[in-house]
Each structure stands twice: as structure tokens, then as C-alpha cells.
Design a protein around this ligand. Structure first.
Ligand code: PHE
Length: 480
């Protein structure tokens, strides 16, 4: 059964998709990756990938959702039937559901840290603290399973509540309040950091492009980040697309999502690095940039506690508007497939993901040392979950690009894109060839053993495989 749910307004899809895209990926992951990879060059590759690979796949993913008007798994089942392709393409839906479970499980734990820091900031606990004190407070948080579990539970519970209320009463109403507030806060933080910090140094760091500075690993990380930040390849955008009004322009909306998402990342980067450089701190801190370096910068600044508190509220809001988009595709599937009531479906998804999240919680304390887990997988549980999403998201994106590029007919695509023949051709070339090839390389990054000559070799195999898959489609369609 199709859900036949549609967003209340033509523009609601854009709101929801921006809510999904803008999150910890922009505010936490993007700045620290840029810092670690030396600034401008990383951003150049990231932006190029967003436009050459991200936008075409974004269009493809919305298209599959709006065309099928079902949750990702049921939607792909429907599309394989109507397009007489192998049922294997349902993998797109299943991979997406698996990714959603996994991402939600650790996303919620990290968003929980932001909850802790909102409290620390607003109570002035870190006022005037020195580097050691700030670092020690982060370590103390990570060392406490009960505290981490509490924050994780609060965050995931709040997300579940919103989705449980339904797409209109919960998601739409929530986003309509949240998103404008987030943009106002982002502006306040930018103005503050421009006034107090060193905006010029931040701009130089971010926009001095020297591609020679970038390692191969940096290239690949930049591509991976562009997937994560656009919420691509795991069904979130497909699920939201299923509710998108047929009147709204798919192409224009996809551009708007990518532009807003990129702009938020840049603004957040400018603001964060202005504060970091203003305080004379190191931009290459890694994942601790937001939770150690930035609180330290705030600790030394006038009204830093208040602004820091506001900043972490921004982080929380952005995170929750993303986490609801991780719950929706799986919950919608459970409703469609098993006729569950929405609150039951949401509970089932969230409780399972919450339990998986405990692995991430324990990765920082009880299971931080060498355990059986490390012996078996060579990394922490959190590391393994991250690795899995780094594989699943690009793989899902590649399959989405291939399916939309080869299985959908010219007429179907034109009906969705409503564009001219030239743009259609550009899009189709990108999803048929360029995006899958580029993703093949992102994918390789996640296979740590792959080095040297193996990299191009496996890349070639994947590309040839993609062509073969495409030809099979054509053959099947013409034969039927
Ligand atoms: N795009 C979100 C962010 O940048 C993360 C996310 C990934 C959300 C996949 C939904 C799906 O934080």
C-alpha cells in the first residue's frame, strides 16, 4: 500500500530536506575535517563533489521517492516491479534502513554530548577555565557510561516523540519552528565571532585553495563528507521525497538543498575558526574541535558562556532535525508493511537503535581498552559502526544513481525534472557514469587494506560492473 501522504505545502519538502541535511555533519564534522586536512583544498574538493556527484544523486533519490510514493524499501519493491528489473535493487531500501539504524545509534550519542555542553555553558561551569580543565571535563564526560546513556536516551526520545506525532503534526510543525530559529542563531554566532574572533584568519584558512596540500585520504574524506552532509544514499531523502508535492520543482529544490547546506557549513566553519584563531588555538584538533577547542575559546571570551550555550542549542536543534529524518524511512516502512500504528513503528525502530547506541557509549569507557571486539574487528565498536556507514552510504548512493540513470525512462525523468533536453542529458551522464565512478573511489577509502595499485584496479572493476549493470537493464527493458 502506498502511504499517499503529502506535505502540507509545496515548500515543506525543502524545509524537511534542509532540516535533514543540516546537522552535526555541518557543525561538527565539516569544521574538524577541514581543520585536520589543512583548510581550503579540502573545501574545494568537497564543493566540487557536492555539485558534480551530490546534486545529481540528490535529484535521483528524490525522484525515486516521488515516483514510487512509498517508503524506501516498499518503494524500491514497487519500482523493480513496474520497471521489470531484478528484485535485487530492493537492496537500496534495505541498505538504507540498515544505515539509518546505525547512523541514528551513534548520532544520538554525539548529539548527547552537545546536550551536556549546553548545560556546562549556560551554567557558566567553564568560565575562565584553562585548556587542561576543558580537556579534563570532556574526558570525564566520555568516561561516564550513565551520563552518556542518559543524554543519548533524552536525545533519541525527543526525536522519537516528534516522528511519533506524524509527518504533519510532528515533523512539519517541529521544523517550522526549529529551522528559522536555527538560522537566526547561526547569524548571531557569526556576528559574535566576527566581532570577537579573527574572521580574516578564518577566511584565509578556509578559502586559500592549494590542492597540492591535500592527501589522497583527504580527497576521499571530502567526498565521503559530501554524502554524509547531504543525507544521501540511505533513504532519508527518498522517504521525504515520497511526500513531496508533484507541483514542486525537483531540480530547483535539489539545488536549493545543496546550496543552503553548503552555505551553513561555510558559515559554521567561518564562525568556529574565527573563534579558534582569535583565541590562538589549534584548528587541527580533530573530533574534539567542537567539544574541547571551541569551549576553550568561549571560556576566554566576553559573554562566552551565554554565546556558547546558544551555540550548543544550535547544534542540538540541527541534530534533531536530522535525526528525525533517520527515523522516518524505517518507521514508514513498518507502518506500510506490517500495518503498525505510527507510535509503535517509531518505538520499534528507536528502541533497537537506542540499544545499538550503547555500543558507542561503551566505546569511550568500558570497551575503550583492548577487548574481544578490538581483536575481532581491529577497532572500537563506534569505529566499526562508522566504518559500516562509510560503506553503506556511498554504496546506496551509487545504486540509486545507477537505478535512476538506467532503469527510469526518458519520459519519467522528464516528468519529474521538468527541464530541457540539455540538462536532462547532463544529469543522466552524471548519474550513469560520473557519480558511480566517483563513489567507487569513496568506497575504496573504507577498505583500509586497499593500497597502491589495488586502488585503481578495484576502481576499474567497479566501473566495469556499473556499465554491465546498466546494459542489463536496457536489455531487460527492450526484451520485455
Ligand atoms: N546530513 C546529516 C548531517 O549533516 C546527517 C544525516 C545523514 C542525516 C544521513 C540523515 C541521513 O548531520
Amino acid at each position: 500500500m502506498s502511504t499517499h501522504n503529502v506535505w502540507t505545502h509545496k515548500g515543506t519538502f525543502l524545509l524537511a530536506a534542509v532540516g535533514s541535511a543540516v546537522g552535526l555533519g555541518n557543525l561538527w564534522r565539516f569544521p574538524y575535517l577541514t581543520g585536520e586536512n589543512g583548510g581550503g583544498a579540502f573545501i574545494l574538493i568537497y564543493a566540487l563533489t557536492i555539485f558534480a556527484v551530490g546534486i545529481p544523486i540528490l535529484i535521483a533519490e528524490i525522484m525515486l521517492g516521488r515516483n514510487s510514493r512509498r517508503s524506501p524499501i516498499m518503494g524500491m519493491r514497487f519500482l523493480t516491479r513496474t520497471h521489470k528489473t531484478s528484485r535485487g535493487w530492493e537492496t537500496i531500501g534495505w541498505l538504507g534502513a540498515a544505515s539509518a539504524f546505525i547512523i541514528l545509534s551513534f548520532y544520538s550519542v554525539i548529539a548527547g554530548w552537545a546536550l551536556h555542553y549546553t548545560g556546562l555553558m549556560l551554567t557558566g561551569s567553564l568560565d575562565g577555565a584553562d585548556a587542561e580543565t576543558v580537556a579534563a571535563s570532556f574526558d570525564a564526560l566520555l568516561a561516564s557510561p550513565p551520563l552518556l546513556t542518559l543524554y543519548h536516551s533524552l536525545f533519541i526520545g525527543a526525536s522519537a516523540l516528534i516522528v511519533g506525532l506524524g509527518i504533519h503534526r510532528g515533523i512539519e510543525n517541529g521544523l517550522r519552528v526549529l529551522m528559522p530559529a536555527l538560522f537566526v542563531i547561526l547569524m548571531v554566532v557569526l556576528v559574535y565571532s566576527a566581532a570577537i574572533g579573527d574572521l580574516a584568519a578564518a577566511a584565509t584558512f578556509l578559502f586559500t585553495f592549494n590542492v597540492a596540500d591535500l592527501s589522497l585520504e583527504g580527497w576521499l574524506q571530502a567526498m565521503g563528507q559530501s554524502f554524509f552532509t547531504l543525507s544521501l544514499g540511505m533513504g532519508a531523502i527518498m522517504a521525504y521525497g515520497a511526500y513531496m508535492s508533484s507541483d514542486a520543482s525537483l531540480t530547483r529544490t535539489a539545488f536549493a538543498i545543496a546550496v543552503v547546506d553548503t552555505a551553513v557549513a561555510m558559515i559554521a566553519g567561518l564562525a568556529i575558526f574565527a573563534l579558534v584563531f582569535g583565541a590562538g588555538l589549534d584548528p587541527g584538533e580533530g573530533p574534539g574541535l567542537m567539544f574541547v577547542t571551541l569551549p576553550l575559546a568561549f571560556a576566554e571570551m566576553p559573554a562566552g558562556a551565554l554565546l556558547g550555550g546558544i551555540f550548543f542549542i544550535l547544534v542540538l536543534g540541527a541534530a534533531i532535525s536530522s535525526s528525525i529524518s533517520l527515523i522516518e524511512p524505517v518507521a514508514a516502512f513498518l507502518v506500510e508493511r506490517f500495518d503498525l500504528e505510527r507510535p509503535q513503528a517509531v518505538s520499534a525502530m528507536v528502541i533497537a537503535s537506542w540499544a545499538l547506541g550503547l555500543l558507542t557509549v561503551f566505546s569511550f569507557n568500558l570497551m575503550a581498552e583492548e577487548t574481544l571486539f578490538h581483536t575481532l574487528f581491529g577497532r572500537s565498536a563506534f569505529g566499526l559502526l562508522e566504518l559500516l556507514t562509510n560503506i553503506f552510504m556511498p554504496l546506496g548512493g551509487m545504486l540509486i544513481a545507477l537505478f535512476a540513470g538506467w532503469a527510469l525512462t526518458h519520459g519519467e525523468v522528464m516528468k519529474e525534472m521538468r527541464t530541457n533536453e540539455t540538462w536532462f542529458r547532463v544529469w543522466r551522464f552524471l548519474v550513469r557514469f560520473i557519480a558511480p565512478a566517483a563513489v567507487a573511489f569513496v568506497f575504496l577509502r573504507t577498505i583500509p587494506q586497499v593500497e597502491g595499485y589495488l586502488l585503481p584496479a578495484i576502481g576499474a572493476v567497479v566501473i566495469v560492473g556499473a556499465f554491465a549493470a546498466g546494459r542489463t537493464f536496457l536489455a531487460e527493458r527492450q526484451g520485455s
